[in-house]
Design a protein around this ligand. Structure first.
Ligand SMILES: [Zn+2]
Ligand SMILES: [Zn+2]
Length: 289
């Protein structure tokens, strides 16, 4: 066992606390078939790193077996909720708030299903994300050949318009990794139509009252960059859109990953507050205190 003093020194070395620890609202469980560790393992890492709050947001079921190998199934939801409750109590006894959430892939043809899924449990927040354009799972490395059928410009415009539609649905509290399209290095082109689409997306997010996620997951992918890129953070901050932080951890050791870098990016754009959720009510916390 490490002594408490060693733990503090260890954490400070890897984790320079320039800003207060903020909630990490994006993490997964093995139910999605591409994550490891129990919820308790994620909570333990959070506690070790001095976090006060996390949210578990695993990939939700989708109807008709769509994308079934990358998400939990409907009959796993009850067990998911039970583990959330157990972990919430475990955290409570140790000074860690554990929020109960889902990450839901937005598809405009599944609105009724998504609405009823959200109504089934009293989630603390619901995260919306876009991993598909039609049937193309563009962030899946096995589907990369589909890029041959798209211009960079068309793909980015279609992606931003899909994310805008997810915000307009009014279903979500947080919009996840809002430039995921760049994951394998297909970066946002400098193009007037793409820029207009980005503005449409951010306007939709602002008007719907959603938060934009700042995610360290991109740093662990080929693009090696935070989602979203600095220019979008600046754009969103200037529009007054609130931010939520997420590591998108698919393994316990990624909890809180690059939190300070993400907060530093926000701080450079004049942002001082980050979103916290309970029972789908948002409050803002000053991370500079
Ligand atoms: Zn995932
Ligand atoms: Zn995720």
């Amino acid at each position: 066992m490490f002594s408490p003093l060693f733990s503090v020194m260890f954490c400070r070395y890897h984790w320079p606390m320039m800003f207060s620890a903020v909630p990490d609202y994006h993490m997964h469980t093995p139910r999605c078939n591409h994550a490891t560790g129990s919820m308790r393992d994620y909570a333990d890492v959070a506690i070790r790193h001095g976090l006060r709050e996390i949210g578990i947001s695993d990939h939700s079921p989708m109807p008709d077996g769509f994308d079934a190998e990358w998400r939990m199934q409907s009959d796993e939801l009850d067990n998911y909720w039970q583990e959330l409750e157990t972990t919430r109590n475990y955290g409570k006894e140790r000074g860690l708030k554990v929020r109960r959430a889902l990450e839901i892939d937005f598809r405009s043809d599944q609105l009724a299903y998504t609405r009823s899924l959200i109504a089934q449990y009293p989630w603390d927040y619901v995260t919306g994300s876009v991993h598909y354009l039609g049937d193309w799972g563009f962030d899946n490395p096995d589907a990369r050949q589909e890029w041959e059928h798209w211009s960079l410009q068309d793909a980015w415009v279609a992606y931003f318009d899909a994310v805008a539609a997810s915000a307009e649905s009014g279903l979500f509290d947080i919009i996840a990794h809002p430039d995921l399209m760049k994951k394998h290095g297909h970066c946002q082109p400098d193009d007037a139509q793409v820029e207009a689409a980005e503005t449409r997306m951010l306007t939709a997010i602002r008007d719907a009252g959603c938060c934009l996620e700042i995610s360290s997951a991109g740093l662990r992918k080929p693009v090696a960059e935070i989602y979203p890129r600095a220019a979008m953070i600046e754009h969103a901050a200037a529009m007054g859109i609130p931010f939520a932080y997420g590591s998108d951890a698919h393994a316990p050791q990624d909890v809180g990953h690059a939190m300070q870098d993400c907060l530093a990016c926000l701080h450079r754009c004049g942002v001082r507050h980050i979103a916290c959720f309970e029972q789908r009510q948002r409050t803002m916390m000053d991370f500079t205190r």
